[in-house]
Write a protein that binds this ligand. Sequence first.
Ligand code: IDP
Ligand code: MG
Length: 148
Amino acid sequence: MEQTFIMIKPDGVQRGLMGEIIGRFEKKGFYLKGLKFMTVDRAFAEKHYADLSAKPFFNGLVDYIVSGPVVVMIWEGKGVVSTGRKLIGATNPLESAPGTIRGDYTIDIGRNVIHGSDSVDSGQKEKDLWFPEGINWWRPSQHSWIYE
Ligand code: IDP
Ligand code: MG
């Protein structure tokens, strides 16, 4: 089944939004397959955001990601990459709809509390980067109440 990499950024941790964010993915019906609390260094953050290295905000983005602990997760489910992005909302909170995580809890693009993979392929790459030890295998007992 499809998987995505989700990170609660340092502001989401500091602002006490961990339970809220995890709850939204949980209640939707996605399965949590990996979960860690960690602090990364600049080289690691630069690797995660390598595609954005030419952007003018890149150094500020790296400063932001290394500024405190993050919660990193692997979520699984049908369509979880694109539905996960919908739960998260548009990158710029000025454009993210109410009801989305960024729409409900954030103001500034550089403090948008959460990351989600933008494709199945980048989800796989991000999982390999953040969870080299692998993730857990389990299937919640409610499976047949979520999937027909
Ligand atoms: P995404 O997180 O919605 O996938 P990306 O374009 O991949 O958005 O950008 C990664 C992150 O870089 C954003 O979530 C945001 O934290 C930061 N970012 C993007 N654009 C800007 C900007 O114009 N100024 C400051 N930070 C930005
Ligand atoms: Mg992105």
